[in-house]
Design a protein around this ligand. Structure first.
Ligand code: GDP
Length: 444
């Protein structure tokens, strides 16, 4: 069973395969579709995804210096991130305390284990956590949770032998709060005594009305595939689901079902379980998840490269603007900011074969520390001063220095630098031939 793991191989193949770009793209898209479908990602989502990827690949232009293959993979990356929950880094810190979390999900999904994982996670964040064993139907659930609570060192409440789930939950939440817990996690049944789902959902509803949880988390087994979509909906109707935990992401390459199902319901995935141990649990981060799908080593290098090239492209535009004779502190500010975003200055120069010219050289010679200081100085200038640097006299310099918390000499140095740069640009402009050569060079 290939599943999501096959995506990594598709990336490798795409980067290795020689031959025309278009053919490599088509082949990659086919591999991607196959991998996603075999991982149970919803068919419509898969085709929407690959259509968007194709469209963007045709329409968008890579920044100068980027290879088309790198650029294509960046598009794939971004679209996959969107598919698996977008840019939202889940907020896992409770907005207030005490905070009651109710865990729901079918039997075997890993709920009890997850209750302990979650408790340990919050304990490590510095909270006082308590666990309530309210799964009264599965034999052994009480002992399992009690032992786990002991092992990870959190408070515990349970009533062995009792079948009054709602009562246990109510008393447990109350008692643990009294004992000082500021996060209480309630483990519930995943299967009702008679095996009836209706009865289970009914019980969840009554429990939720009784304890009024601050958040209901649905626990879903990654291997459940498409079925998890309907399940999530049914639970959601009984007790509004605030967030989702997908368990057993380690055991299957087929997690696509659970992932795309929850993406389609609008609830966000907060955590994933990646093993049987209580330590094997992490905050779900779509970006990191997709990076891993694509092959961490390959994709991160590509994304980093493109980010720099994009910053370099912006930078070149500003240089062009300067060569047209426009210069003021606003433009200089923008340019220095771009420079700081491009990464280490030494690398920047290597990346800008086109603009490896006087202007860039001049700016690149500045240290990063100085650039930051100058940005701070320009931050204390008025708009008027930014647009018309020539009005900056001694008394304005003094005010600017005070505002930025620097010496008067620092401001003077920046103003002198600006004047030199301006003189240099005028000279360059006069040398028409040189200018044309420079402009031709811009863009590599
Ligand atoms: P419950 O019935 O929902 O309470 O499920 P349990 O917590 O008892 O877990 C059922 C089984 O799944 C146990 O064998 C757990 O060790 C296992 N399990 C839970 N979470 C994970 C996970 O993230 N990865 C793996 N591989 N196994 C898990």
């Amino acid at each position: 069973m290939p599943g999501l793991d096959a995506i990594r191989d598709a990336v490798r193949k795409f980067l290795r395969l020689s031959g025309p770009y278009e053919r490599a793209v088509e082949e990659f898209i086919r591999d991607l579709q196959r991998a996603l479908l075999s991982a149970d990602v919803n068919v419509r989502l898969v085709f929407d995804l690959t259509r968007r990827i194709r469209e963007r690949a045709l329409k968008e232009k890579p920044p100068p210096g980027a290879s088309r293959r790198d650029w294509f993979l960046k598009i794939v990356y971004e679209e996959l991130v969107k598919l698996f929950g977008g840019d939202r880094e889940p907020e896992v810190k409770p907005p207030y305390t005490p905070y009651v979390i109710m865990l729901v999900g079918v039997q075997g999904s890993g709920k009890t284990t997850t209750a302990a994982k979650l408790a340990l996670f919050y304990k490590r964040m510095g909270y006082k956590v308590g666990l309530v064993a309210a799964d009264v139907y599965r034999p052994g659930a009480y002992d399992q949770l009690r032992q786990l609570a002991e092992r990870i060192g959190v408070m515990f409440y349970g009533e062995p032998g009792s079948r009054d789930a709602v009562g246990i939950a109510t008393r447990g939440v109350k008692e643990l709060k009294e004992r000082g817990a500021n996060i209480v996690i309630v483990d519930t049944a995943g299967r009702h005594g008679y095996g009836s789902e209706v009865a289970l959902l009914e019980e969840m509803k009554r429990m939720s009305e009784a304890i009024k949880p601050d958040e209901v988390m649905l626990v879903i087994d990654a291997a459940m595939g498409q079925k998890s979509f309907d399940l999530a909906k049914r639970f959601h109707e009984a007790t509004p689901i605030g967030s989702i935990i997908v368990t057993k992401m380690d055991g299957t390459a087929k997690g696509g079902g659970a992932l795309s199902a929850v993406a389609a319901t609008g609830a966000i995935i907060k955590f994933i379980g990646t093993g049987e141990d209580v330590e094997e649990f992490e905050v779900f981060n779509p970006r990191r998840f997709v990076s891993r799908l694509l092959g961490m080593g390959d994709i991160e290098g590509i994304l980093e490269r493109i980010k720099r090239l994009e910053a370099a492209e912006e930078f070149e535009k500003t240089v062009e603007e300067m060569l047209e004779g426009k210069l003021n502190f606003r433009i200089l500010y923008r340019q220095l900011r771009q420079l700081t975003r491009m990464g280490p200055l030494r690398k920047v120069l290597q990346m800008l074969p086109g603009v490896g010219l006087a202007v860039t050289d001049e700016i690149a010679k500045l240290g990063e520390e100085k650039i930051r200081k100058w940005l701070a100085i320009m931050d204390s200038m008025t708009y008027e001063e930014l647009d018309h640097p020539e009005i900056i006299d001694k008394s304005r310099m003094r005010r600017i220095a005070r505002g930025a918390g620097v010496e008067l000499d620092d401001v003077k140095e920046l103003v002198n630098y600006y004047r030199n740069l301006q003189r240099m640009l005028r000279r360059l402009k006069k040398q028409k031939g040189a200018l044309e050569r420079l402009l031709r060079n811009i863009g590599g």
